[in-house]
Ligand binder design. Structure first.
Ligand code: SER
Ligand code: ZN
Length: 498
């Protein structure tokens, strides 16, 4: 890497009378640095009134921006006592950083705060008027990483998703080939919700979804010792900053805005306008709500990790096995909505597990066993499992594959007969299971007495289980597999409309 910066230190008072002392200080300071990195040069030292400006260049490991703050402190110490002088501010007027890329950019890269240029595998970022806060907050190092990440991503764009088959059930003859949502809407079991991508579930489909929930709890979670917890449905941004969702999914959240005030006086005009116009006075509303600071649950695990933040878990409690069955997930879908299988609002049970690597690898086998029992013996589904790009990468806006046999995401996919040929049509992802290594353990600073911790989660989507089952087995309980009929053999009679 090559660094070239011009910085100015502004002192609290005129320094021209101690010019020599300051020059000596800088030259001693640069000697110390050069001992560590021979490529560093501090030149063009100029002193004028209350300002000291200089150029720092380096071609090694030394990052000049990291030294400026340190230099400021040393100068304040040195001249504070002697001359009652302090450094008021540092400004980097110009800063050029040249660094190597793994691959040549395929197109221009842009990032905030800097101009980016590249030539072959060499990138240069130029910054102007960088202040002290910028330096303290470590923005520069993150900007370099962002350029590298963007170039790397250019090579993945447009490439197919990573997908590797693990297991398949083999073909099963479906009972019918209709789209269950369409048929259920016709029968009045289901009604499109009041806003897009939401549904109103009438008694018949509700009974099926509740059965799915019961099977997941009774056949998978309870036998493995999972304990139920209840989490908040509202996720503050600081949780998503830690999990990476905020940078990965900003266009998919349902944002939550709090009222700016509860003071009834402030709402009078809003109320009056509503009474007179019988419409929502949005312009008035804007004045009384705050900018969003949270969103509706997107996946349940982030808040579960948050609940363990900074905690030391007793060895006795390992592995921690918990699940949430109350938070409803919201995802703003754009084009892809379809039936109850691709929605903006869905119901899911999410088990989360925290334990040692060995404990989690063993648990994965047990979970797979229980899931297989449900899908093979109770639902008699045609389905398969595949390694896919881990969800924590997609949900953090990252592409590529980093899964191994130990960590990564397994997708469970079901054949949807209404979509056509089983070889050519797209199967439905109706569940996933992941082991994530120490990613969230680190992010939320979760510890054990002795053990190194890993974590993972599994998403049991009730709409997905339901629609996968109904797409293959139809809506007539008499034609359902015996295992499922043990749980539900008759539907509620529902409500008739004229
Ligand atoms: N967190 C996982 C996901 O979002 C499981 O729910 O897919
Ligand atoms: Zn999760």
């Amino acid at each position: 890497m090559k660094f070239d910066l011009k910085a100015t230190f502004t002192f609290s008072n005129d320094i021209s009378s101690i010019k020599k002392e300051i020059e000596n200080f800088v030259s001693n300071y640069s000697k110390v640095i050069i001992e560590k990195d021979k490529s560093v040069k501090i030149e063009n030292i100029k002193i004028q009134k209350n300002q000291l400006s200089l150029n720092v260049t380096s071609a090694g490991v030394f990052r000049p921006h990291n030294a400026l703050l340190q230099m400021k402190n040393s100068m304040s110490q040195e001249f504070g006592k002697k001359h009652k002088l302090g450094v008021r501010e540092i400004v980097i007027e110009n800063y050029e950083i040249q660094f190597a890329l793994e691959k040549k950019p395929l197109k221009k890269v842009t990032i905030p705060f800097a101009d980016v240029k590249s030539k072959d595998k060499l990138a240069t970022i130029s910054l102007k008027n960088v202040d002290e806060e910028f330096l303290q907050r470590n923005y520069i190092d993150r900007m370099i990483s962002l350029v590298k990440e963007k170039v790397e991503n250019q090579y993945y764009e447009g490439k197919g998703e990573f997908w590797k088959l693990i297991w398949e059930s083999g073909a099963k003859k479906p009972v019918w080939t209709k789209d269950p949502t369409e048929e259920m809407v016709k029968l009045g079991w289901l009604k499109q919700g009041p806003t897009k991508g939401k549904w109103f579930y009438r008694p018949q489909i509700t009974a099926i979804m509740k059965t799915m929930e019961k099977i997941a709890v009774e056949e998978v979670l309870k036998p493995l010792g999972f304990q139920e917890i209840i989490e908040s449905n509202i996720v503050p941004f600081d949780v998503w900053l830690k999990t990476g969702h905020l940078e990965g999914m900003p266009g998919e959240f349902y944002y939550i805005a709090e009222p700016a005030t509860r003071d009834a006086e402030k709402w009078v005009r809003f109320v009056d306008l509503t009474k007179i116009t019988k419409e929502v006075p949005f312009d008035e509303l804007k004045k009384n709500v705050s900018i969003p600071n949270a969103g509706i649950c997107y996946a349940q695990c982030p808040v579960i990790y948050w609940s363990f933040k900074g905690k030391t878990i007793s060895e006795k409690s390992l592995p921690v096995l918990v699940y949430d069955n109350t938070a409803i997930s919201g995802r703003y879908e754009s084009g892809g909505r379809h039936g109850i299988e691709r929605v903006d609002e869905f119901h899911r049970i999410e088990p989360v597990y925290i334990g040692t690597r060995e404990q989690l690898l063993k648990l994965r086998e047990k979970l797979l066993d229980r899931y297989k029992h449900v899908f093979n013996k109770i639902f008699e589904l045609e389905w398969r499992m595949a390694w896919v790009t881990p969800w924590y990468m997609t949900q953090a806006g990252k592409i590529g594959d980093t899964s191994s046999q130990d960590t990564g995401t397994i997708d469970f996919e079901a054949y949807m007969p209404y979509r056509g040929d089983r070889k050519k049509s797209e199967w439905l992802e109706f569940q996933n299971l992941s082991i994530l290594g120490d990613k969230y353990i680190k992010a939320f600073n979760i510890k054990a007495q002795k053990s190194e911790l890993w974590s993972g989660c599994s998403g049991v989507g009730l709409e997905r289980w339901t629609t996968a089952f109904l797409a293959q087995k139809g809506l007539d309980p008499n034609k359902w597999p015996a295992g499922f009929r043990k749980y539900l053999k008759e539907l509620p009679k529902g409500i008739e409309f004229l």
